[in-house]
Design a protein around this ligand. Structure first.
Ligand SMILES: Cc1ncc(COP(=O)(O)O)c(C=O)c1O
Length: 434
């Protein structure tokens, strides 16, 4: 159970951060306490208050905070003076990661990809993917989708829909055509048929794209789910128009939706995939862009970065892949927990009309879409007061997003979902639409 008495929260001194840290801080505003330690699905603040973590590093902690198995492997590696920084030189830690990633993830799924270690952020993996596609096809245009989020560096941000982030760019964001995502207009309009028509028509005004980039479940964009049928149709259109298909699996990958890659149930085979967030398994910065070997047109160091390939991340990622992805058992566990969460969200929503609150999402990437961002923010605020760290997503911040570690025990999930249910009911009771 989360600590129900959090009286000390409001007295927390955050002055240091107010005075010395930039205004750019964001999550800190939703959770104005000073966190100190963390274990599994729990965060503890400096006053010893305990919170269930349904944010989990925005999906970077799929195996929980300080996962004991990963931690012991990392401590052992450090204690033995294992190399920390090696640019992109070969190390035993890198070799172990590449071998395990191939043996436990790629080969069993019939996927043949080479691995590019990019700078250790999701956005840099996306930059590499876009650059590679443009260089291969010698075309500048990329198709991205409404509500997609791909990062905040200039190239990735051009493919991102969110106007709040785009507005900070300071220069025109070009080279991307945004098309409607799956069900953008409800089920009235087939958005792939729309895309195909635009690409078929040489007078549609769309420059022939090098690639399309897509999230199968839009994490920051509000838990919008692309159906397997839609993804297969997108793949078909990409093939027809000689475009590469990039799946940005930075948030939805690494098991978050139930399979290691989020696109597995659809049967598509993307040409390029980006992974980051939970790839290291331990919250250590790490990102890769993986692609078909025949697309590997990079010249040495063309896309480089001092911190590409982080040996501590190699160690914890390898430990995670061995521990959780050696067979299909973990996928069964994720499916059970996803069902538990889905049932609980449906039970919370069932007493209200769909335009007040409705369940959304897939796997352990589900939530509640609310009447407005104001309602969602009130739910999140009430949750935090009751000991649950949970955030919103969506174009108006209108979706309360459950992103717990995939290893969260069921009783902890139930405790958190009880808090979410109570907070939702209280927030709706207090809510007066504009
Ligand atoms: C799908 C997706 N792509 C890219 C990114 C950017 O990753 P990073 O914040 O590590 O740059 C994110 C971050 O939330 C994401 O969800």
């Amino acid at each position: 159970m989360a600590n129900s008495s959090l009286a000390t929260q409001s007295q927390v001194e955050t002055t240091t951060f107010d005075e010395l840290e930039s205004n750019v801080q964001s999550y800190a505003r939703s959770f104005p306490v000073v966190f100190n330690t963390a274990e599994g699905a729990y965060l503890f603040d400096e006053n010893g208050n305990r919170y269930i973590d349904f944010l989990a590093g925005a999906g970077s902690l799929n195996y929980g905070h300080n996962n004991a198995h990963l931690r012991s492997r990392l401590i052992e590696y450090i204690s033995n003076c294992g190399i920390t920084h090696s640019l992109d030189m070969h190390t035993t830690a890198k070799e172990a990661f590449l071998t395990t990633f191939n043996d436990n993830i790629l080969a069993p799924r019939g996927l043949e990809y080479v691995v590019q270690f990019t700078g250790p952020t999701g956005t840099n993996a996306v930059e590499a993917a876009l650059k590679l596609a443009r260089n291969i096809k010698q075309r500048h245009n990329i198709i991205a989708f409404t509500n997609g989020f791909h990062g905040v560096s200039i190239g990735a941000m051009a493919a991102t829909g969110n106007s709040h982030h785009r507005g900070a760019a300071g220069l025109p964001l070009t080279g991307v055509t945004h098309m409607p995502f799956c069900n953008y207009f409800g089920d009235e309009l087939d958005t792939i048929a729309y895309l195909e028509r635009m690409l078929d028509d040489p007078s549609s005004g769309i420059d022939h794209p090098a690639a399309a980039i897509v999230e199968t479940v839009q994490g920051e964009g509000g838990l919008n789910v692309a159906t397997p049928r839609w993804l297969r149709a997108l793949e078909r259109v990409c093939r027809k128009h000689d475009m590469l298909l990039i799946v940005d699996d930075i948030q939805a990958g690494c098991g978050r939706t139930g399979t290691f890659f989020s696109f597995e149930p659809s049967g598509i085979k993307p040409d390029i995939v980006t992974l980051s967030k939970s790839l290291s398994g331990y919250g250590i910065p790490f990102a890769v862009t993986i692609f078909r070997p025949d697309l590997d047109c990079w010249k040495p160091g063309e896309h480089n970065g001092t911190f590409r390939g982080n040996n501590h991340a190699f160690v914890t990622a390898t430990a995670a892949l061995e521990r959780y992805w050696g067979n299909r058992d973990f996928e069964t566990e994720i499916a059970d927990k996803a069902r538990l969460i889905g049932d609980a969200l449906a039970a919370i929503a069932k007493d209200y009309p769909d335009d007040v609150i409705a369940p959304r999402g897939r796997g352990i990437m589900q939530g509640l879409t609310c009447h407005s961002g104001r309602l969602a923010r009130d739910i999140v605020r009430r949750c935090f007061r009751a000991g649950l760290v949970i955030e919103t997503s969506g174009s108006e911040d209108e979706v309360v997003k459950c992103l717990p570690p995939l290893v969260t025990p069921n009783d902890t999930l139930n405790a958190a979902l009880d808090i979410l249910g109570e907070s939702t009911r209280a927030a709706i009771a207090a809510y007066k639409p504009d």
